[in-house]
Design a protein around this ligand. Structure first.
Ligand code: 0PR
Length: 361
């Protein structure tokens, strides 16, 4: 029997989503191409330049350089690698807020840099004061998160950029998930808002491209030179990517998604996701759960592990924060009807009724 992928109708935990139809079609068309060898596959190499240019528009970077990576993990590793190459410290360190993704731990392990985790504030964002305390002469990179994995929080990007500047460190913004909603969310986060040197922004998350399509952008193309190795037997002379053979499907689908959706489609999706997150937060609060108010469309709430397991048994795909809260990511495939059905199941499982109903008794 042929295996089938899961349906998306009960997936509340994922940061990936159904690709836009044009992105799916482009991915299929470019399945057998390798942008890692532009001499042999020139059409997909041209598409990659187009992808970087579109990512530049999304992030307010007029003359962007970068590439389509396998995902946010690779982009973050490469940002740390650039900073390590730039640094002349004996043992360079990288300062990441507690809200940072675990890919920075992989980067530190691989690259032999010290990882310094700065505590977050009461609202789960990087605390600029705490970051200040962590940096020193050997700091190669300061990281800010624009849309954190667990709570969708946006760090104070301009303040962190200033700290990096004052320390002579590079400044990296991880907008892997947040990059396609932040243009509409009225918070400083991009290359125009702060002295950002490098950024992660993944088309395969909120960008609605097929996996794998991550993004690494650099403000100054010379930063990419820090990654380049010679490629003697290819028609091109150097390669800056971490992987060799790469997915042309990811590149083509990233371009197709951005051409279809930037900016109006992403703006409309942001509005839908935001409204859904606000509705869910309200519905959970009505059921008397402690809710972490959403900034970007991720909702966390204190739901017992028994109820969590029962919901999973009902087929809901859920995940938890490090602190154990239930976490729902309002991705494009997450509809209001889905959330209503989810809240009904949660109410039934926990025997709770929403406040107005409870008052009726
Ligand atoms: N930076 C941030 C802020 C992220 O949220 C993530 C992934 C990454 C970097 C790493 O990106 P890649 O996974 O593309 O390498 N955050 C989610 C996580 O690790 C990714 C995810 C995606 C989780 C799909 C579940 C899922 O079904 O939890």
């Amino acid at each position: 029997m042929q295996a089938e992928p899961q349906a998306f109708d009960r997936v509340l935990s994922s940061m990936c989503t159904k690709p836009h139809p044009a992105a799916r079609e482009a991915a299929e068309r470019f399945l057998a191409t390798n942008p890692g060898d532009p001499g042999t596959y020139p059409a997909v190499a041209e598409l990659e330049a187009r992808a970087v240019s579109l990512l530049g528009e999304v992030t307010a970077l007029p003359d962007p350089s970068g590439y389509v990576a396998s995902g946010g993990t690779e982009a973050n590793i490469q940002a740390v690698r650039i900073a390590r190459e730039r640094s002349d410290a004996r043992r360079p360190n990288v300062v990441v807020p507690g809200s940072g993704h675990f890919s920075f731990r992989k980067a530190a392990d691989l690259l032999g840099v010290e990882l310094r985790i700065a505590p977050t504030d009461d609202d789960r964002r990087a605390d600029a004061e705490a970051v200040c305390q962590c940096v020193d002469d050997e700091t190669a990179l300061v990281v800010g998160v624009a849309g954190s994995t667990e709570y969708g929080r946006v760090d104070p990007i301009p303040a962190l950029g200033e700290i990096a500047r004052d320390t002579d460190a590079l400044f990296h913004v991880d907008a892997a998930w947040g990059g396609f909603v932040l243009p509409f969310a009225d918070r400083p986060w991009n290359f125009a808002d702060a002295p950002v040197d490098t950024m992660t922004i993944d088309p395969h998350k909120m960008g609605q491209a097929a996996v794998p399509a991550g993004g690494l952008l650099v403000r100054d193309e010379r930063l990419l030179d820090e990654l380049a190795v010679d490629t003697p037997y290819l028609e091109t002379t150097a390669q800056a990517t971490l992987t060799g053979t790469r997915s042309g499907a990811g590149v083509a689908s990233a371009v197709a998604a951005m051409e279809a959706l930037w900016p109006a489609g992403y703006a409309a999706q942001y509005e839908r996701s935001r409204a859904n997150a606000a509705w869910l937060a309200g519905a959970l609060a009505d059921l008397s759960f402690d809710v972490v108010e959403p900034t970007l469309p991720i909702v966390a709430a204190d739901v017992s592990s028994g109820a969590f397991e029962a919901l999973r048994n009902e087929g809901w795909r859920l995940s938890r924060t490090g602190a154990g809260e239930l976490r729902v990511v309002c991705m494009p495939h997450v509809s209001r009807a889905m959330l209503e059905s989810f809240v009904d199941d949660l109410a039934a499982i926990t025997g709770r009724a929403s406040a107005p109903l409870a008052n009726d008794h």
